[in-house]
Design a protein around this ligand. Structure first.
Ligand SMILES: Nc1ncnc2c1ncn2[C@@H]1O[C@H](COP(=O)(O)OP(=O)(O)O)[C@@H](O)[C@H]1O
Ligand SMILES: [Mg+2]
Length: 248
C-alpha cells in the first residue's frame, strides 16, 4: 500500500506552549488511521496543520495524490507552505471539531460550501446525491437551517460538507464528540463505509475505544508527542492503552 501522507517531526508552538513535539506519522492509501489522546494532547493542532489551518513551527509534510502519484511537499525544507485551498483541490478535506456548520444557512447551502473549490457542477450534483444517500436524514432536512438540526445531525452535516470537495484523504476531528452512544455507532459505521468506497481516513478521537475498533493503524498522542503506535487491535490489547484510555 503506497504512502499517501507522510509527516515528519512536526512541531507547533503557540507562544510559550509547545503543543506538538516532533510528531511523525504516515498514512497509507486506503487506510483508516487514528490519532487518539486526551483533551489538550495536541490532536487538533496536528490535523489543522495538515490542512494548513495552523502554522507549524517546524517539520516536513509530503502528500502523494492517488490521482497522479506525484509526491507534493506541503511544507518543509526549502518549500513554501501550500495554502489550505490548494490542499483542498489536491484532495484533502477536514471535518472540523465542534461541527462548525453555518447555522443560518440551510443544509443544502452548507453542503454547497464544501464544494466551493470545484467547477464540475455535474460532479458536484452527483456527490450531493452521494452525501444524501449516506445521510438520509440530511436529505429530509435539506431546506432546514443548519442551526435547527440536532447535535448528531450537525455532525453528519460537517462530515457531509467535507465529502463535498470529493477528498481522497478525509480528516475528521472528533466526529463522536457529544453524541449519544447509538449515534456514535452510526457515525463510525458511515466512516467505515466511506473508507470501503476507497477514501483514506485520518480520524482524530478522544473516544479511543470506538476509534481503535475501526482503525488499521493508530497513534497515541500524549502532551504533544507520539507515545505509542501500532495496529488498531494491538493498541486495543495494549495494557497501557487499556489503563489510560479504555477504563482498565
Ligand atoms: N490557538 C491557540 N492558542 C494558544 N494555545 C492553543 C491554541 N490552540 C491550542 N492551544 C493549546 O495547545 C494544546 C493542544 O491543543 P489541541 O491541539 O487543541 O489539543 P486536542 O485537540 O488534543 O484537545 C493545548 O494546551 C491547548 O490549550
Ligand atoms: Mg481537539
Amino acid at each position: 500500500m503506497g504512502v499517501m501522507l507522510k509527516v515528519e517531526k512536526l512541531n507547533v508552538n503557540y507562544g510559550a506552549i509547545h503543543a506538538v513535539r516532533d510528531v511523525s506519522l504516515s498514512i497509507g492509501r486506503g487506510e483508516i488511521v487514528t490519532l487518539i489522546g486526551a483533551n489538550g494532547a495536541g490532536k487538533s493542532s496536528v490535523i489543522r496543520s495538515i490542512m494548513g489551518l495552523t502554522r507549524s513551527t517546524a517539520g516536513e509534510m509530503t502528500y502523494t495524490s492517488p490521482r497522479n502519484n506525484a509526491a507534493i511537499p506541503l511544507q518543509g525544507g526549502r518549500h513554501s507552505v501550500v495554502p489550505t485551498e490548494e490542499r483542498v483541490k489536491m484532495g484533502i478535506a477536514l471535518s472540523p471539531e465542534g461541527r462548525r456548520i453555518l447555522p443560518q444557512l440551510t443544509v443544502e447551502e452548507n453542503l454547497a460550501l464544501g464544494a466551493y473549490t470545484r467547477e464540475d457542477s455535474r460532479g458536484v450534483a452527483r456527490d450531493l446525491s452521494y452525501v444524501y444517500s449516506l445521510f438520509p436524514r440530511l436529505k429530509e432536512r435539506q431546506k432546514q437551517k443548519g442551526g435547527t438540526l440536532s447535535g448528531g445531525e450537525q455532525q453528519m452535516l460537517a462530515v457531509g460538507r467535507a465529502l463535498m470537495s470529493r477528498p481522497d484523504l478525509l480528516m475528521l476531528d472528533e466526529p463522536s464528540l457529544g453524541l449519544a452512544p447509538i449515534l456514535v455507532e452510526e457515525v463510525f459505521g458511515i466512516i467505515r463505509e466511506i473508507n470501503a468506497q476507497g477514501r483514506t481516513i485520518l480520524l482524530v478521537e478522544q473516544n479511543a475505544w470506538a476509534a481503535l475498533k475501526i482503525a488499521h493503524k493508530a497513534y497515541v498522542l500524549e502532551t504533544g508527542a507520539i507515545a505509542l503506535s501500532g495496529t488498531g487491535s494491538e493498541l486495543l490489547n495494549n495494557p497501557r492503552v487499556r489503563e489510560a484510555y479504555l477504563g482498565g
